[in-house]
Design a protein around this ligand. Structure first.
Ligand SMILES: NC(=O)c1ccc[n+]([C@@H]2O[C@H](COP(=O)([O-])OP(=O)(O)OC[C@H]3O[C@@H](n4cnc5c(N)ncnc54)[C@H](O)[C@@H]3O)[C@@H](O)[C@H]2O)c1
Length: 261
């Protein structure tokens, strides 16, 4: 299958840890020029090192995806450095696993900023460029929480549901410019402790997702195991590729049958 990603410019937000890191490396393996729009410089540098020797090019632009000025600057710099942007992967997200009535307002605000505002900023940030050049591709990392409604993840799931609905709406608006938007939803994807950086949600999530909890969680998955970041990355690469050229406005769960819709 010809993916057509060689030489394409791909921006990944939050490519410094776990799922974003796997997506970043998967595109570099395909020969793309990949830009890590990441806030954590140390993690971004680690991933740049890991990409050495792979066929594509790995770059880093320090970005805070919750800040509109920072996102606009990242998009401008990306175009200056590479000529044009072909793919945006909205990956940054954050969850505090807690019952809705037990959460302080600051936690909801952080979830809304990191999941939904980051998505709006980056999506809006690339669209003028995509419309002008009549092409482009946006793949956003959602969550099954946004499809089924998840215990202890009410506002997070709400933001992911919003990403799904907003992607469909924008897909309808910009399809005429050959721009596609799709969402890929992971199930629980647990990194190794030493792999994640200081701004990873796993600094918090490990408190809830203990090894015992991870083992229990496998029973909710039809395939009786949790997925890996690399398995999720494969689906993102496919959605961004020419092999998916007639797919838009869709939501794909990569979660071992956790949800089936
Ligand atoms: N890991 C899971 O179990 C799981 C399950 C379902 C959905 N998801 C979704 O997958 C995506 C990735 O999850 P993950 O587990 O890899 O998360 P993670 O927190 O480990 O990684 C996110 C990355 O984003 C970076 N980041 C944080 N704030 C940023 C900001 N303001 N600007 C730029 N970069 C910033 C962090 O430094 C980190 O490298 C998220 O959208 C998450 O909601 C994850």
């Amino acid at each position: 299958m010809e993916l057509g990603l060689k030489g394409k410019t791909v921006i990944i937000t939050g490519g410094g840890s776990n799922i974003g890191r796997a997506i970043f490396l998967a595109f570099v393996k395909e020969g793309s020029t990949v830009i890590n729009a990441e806030i954590d410089e140390a993690q971004a540098k680690k991933v740049l090192d890991e990409a050495k020797g792979l066929p594509g090019k790995a770059l880093f632009i320090k970005t805070d995806v919750t800040d509109w000025d920072s996102v606009q600057n990242m998009v401008k710099t990306a175009i200056e450095k590479t000529g044009q942007i072909d793919v945006l992967v909205n990956n940054v997200g954050w969850v505090y696993d807690r019952l809705f009535v037990e959460k302080p307002r600051e936690e909801w605000e952080k979830e809304i900023k990191l999941n939904y505002w980051s998505y709006i900023n980056c999506t809006r940030g690339v669209l003028d460029h995509f419309i002008a050049r009549k092409g482009g591709n946006i793949v956003s990392v959602g969550s099954d929480a946004g499809r089924v409604g998840e215990f202890r993840e009410a506002v997070y799931g709400g933001c992911k549901g919003a990403i799904i609905a907003t992607s469909k709406a924008i897909a309808r608006e910009v399809g005429r410019y050959n721009i596609r938007l799709n969402v890929v939803c992971p199930g629980a994807t647990i990194p190794k402790k030493e792999e994640v950086g200081k701004d990873s949600m796993w600094q918090e999530a490990f408190k809830f997702f203990t090894p015992e909890m991870a083992e229990k969680a496998t029973h909710a998955y039809t395939l009786r195991r949790l997925g890996t970041a690399a398995e999720l990355a494969n689906a993102v690469v496919f959605m961004a590729s020419d092999a998916a050229s007639f797919i838009t406005g869709q939501t794909l769960s990569v979660s071992g049958g956790y949800s089936m819709m």
